[in-house]
Design a protein around this ligand. Structure first.
Ligand code: HEM
Length: 427
């Protein structure tokens, strides 16, 4: 700075020395003509090298490296601000973001809870990876080792298993609450689409993780689950890809493991980044007509008020998770024996029960294919709802879509309950 902003000599110097134009500074190779360079103090003269070559550098007004610096920032905060000042407008934006308060605001917490359980999955999954061995010979034994020998290994495994279930439950609640509040309407269509992809990927996590303990239940459930696409045209090829061969084997375990710990987490991170960016950029919607009817009780700052309330939700979620993990441990069962006959009562995880029941109901000639087609069409319509529901996009109520949502929810709940009722008798 001192180099470019010379301090004028007291007295005869102008208050602010005019930056010398390069052309003007060029002469004076030997000594300045009397009176010509008078305002320049010796200290403020051009640097030595420049002076010796006879070239004086003009003072330059450098932009402040951190235009967002404020006097209240701590030294450490200032250090970071100076280096990352390009993201300061984003932080400024977060501070300004507001969330509407109304009688349905409670439902806004479930997306954050899904995120919380996803973070738990990443942490506990990475720790489990230190001991888990993804081979047909060692997988089950490594689970026994984690459960019995590793300090707190049992807790780690139980928390991972329970958090997976809670995450999917939170996502279903989040999806239906955003559906019934019509939060998917313009301009949040892609929030819905990215959310839907996140749900599918999360179900993929559940499916691929189920086989990893290599126990009897997981083995036969995967056998049944990977069999499903067979009835569709070209389905045999998909089955072969999923299993890594014609049957469920050690190859299948390798595939499920790589999907579970590499591909799916990578995809989820990408889509989640898009989803959460849109949450911040587009803000939180209020249900249709609430503003006009005066049902909005006010707005609260996202940062720190809403985030602090999110934090309370996370603490409650964490307490529930630990309670379930300690009080209701998942059994490890017996090691899978591919040569054994399929035991009674094999069923998938609860979040696939509705589809499972549908397949059971359609057990007639060509029925399974029909069930798959029905389910696929239903899924595509559900994905495209924001683009089909034109009424909601014009901020008008769309009762037909509310009825559609109720029917979908009823289908899922009734079928899930049917499987629960049937299999709890079998126990
Ligand atoms: C890993 C999965 C997911 C995470 C972590 C997540 C996270 C979030 C968060 C934190 C919010 C803002 C607060 C809120 O409204 O709850 C949000 C909003 C939203 N999410 Fe998700 N979400 C996920 C999956 C889904 C799914 C499955 C859907 C629907 C198919 C969805 C659709 C939406 C929509 C439409 C909004 C906007 C809500 C509004 O503006 O009122 N998300 N998400």
């Amino acid at each position: 700075m001192a180099e470019n902003t010379p301090k004028p000599a007291a007295g005869n110097a102008p208050a602010k020395p005019k930056p010398a134009a390069p052309r003007a500074a060029k002469p004076a190779p030997k000594a300045a003509a009397p009176g010509a360079a008078k305002p320049q103090a010796p200290k403020a003269a051009a640097p030595k090298a420049a002076a010796s070559s006879g070239v004086t550098k003009p003072p330059v007004d450098r932009p402040d490296p951190n235009p967002f610096k404020d006097s209240k920032t701590s030294a450490l905060g200032g250090w970071f601000q100076e280096r990352f000042y390009v993201i300061m407008p984003i932080l400024d934006y977060l501070k300004k973001k507001e969330v509407p308060k109304h009688r349905l605001s409670f439902w806004y917490y479930f997306g954050g809870l899904g995120l919380f359980f996803f973070i738990i999955q990443i942490i506990t999954g990475l720790l489990l990876l230190q001991y888990y061995k993804p081979t047909e010979a060692d997988a089950f034994a490594s689970f026994l080792f984690i459960q019995g020998e590793v300090p707190f290994g049992w807790l780690l495994r139980q928390v991972h298993a329970w958090s997976a279930n809670l995450m999917i439950l939170m996502l279903f609640i989040h999806m239906f609450s955003t559906f019934f509040m019509k939060s998917y309407r313009k301009p949040r269509e892609l929030m819905w689409v990215s959310g839907f992809i996140l749900l599918v990927l999360s179900l993929g996590f559940g499916f691929t993780g189920y086989l990893l303990p290599w126990n009897e239940l997981a083995f036969f459930a995967t056998q049944v689950g990977t069999e499903v696409p067979k009835v569709a045209p070209g389905g045999a090829f998909i089955v072969e890809i999923l299993r890594g061969g014609p049957e469920v084997s050690g190859e299948t375990l390798t595939r499920m493991f790589s999907l579970h710990v590499v591909l799916l987490p990578g995809l989820v991170m990408l889509v989640l980044a898009a989803h959460l960016t849109m949450v911040q950029v587009l803000g939180t919607s209020a249900p249709i007509g609430y503003k006009e009817a005066g049902l909005i009780k006010g707005y609260e700052k996202f940062f720190p008020t809403f985030l602090a309330k999110d934090g309370i939700g996370w603490l409650i979620g964490f307490a529930l998770l630990i309670y379930l993990a300690v009080m209701f441990p998942w059994e490890i069962g017996v090691k899978a024996d591919p040569l054994a006959s399929t035991p009674l009562g094999i069923k998938p995880e609860w979040y696939f029960w509705a589809q499972f029941q549908l397949l059971k109901d359609f057990k007639f000639e060509g029925g399974e294919l029909m069930a798959i087609i029905l389910f696929t069409i239903g899924g595509v319509v559900w994905l495209l709802v924001p683009f089909i529901d034109r009424q909601a996009s014009q901020e008008k109520k769309s009762p037909i879509f509310t009825i559609f949502g109720i029917l979908v929810l009823a289908f899922l709940l009734i079928n899930t309950y049917r499987v629960y009722a049937e299999y709890s008798i079998l126990k």
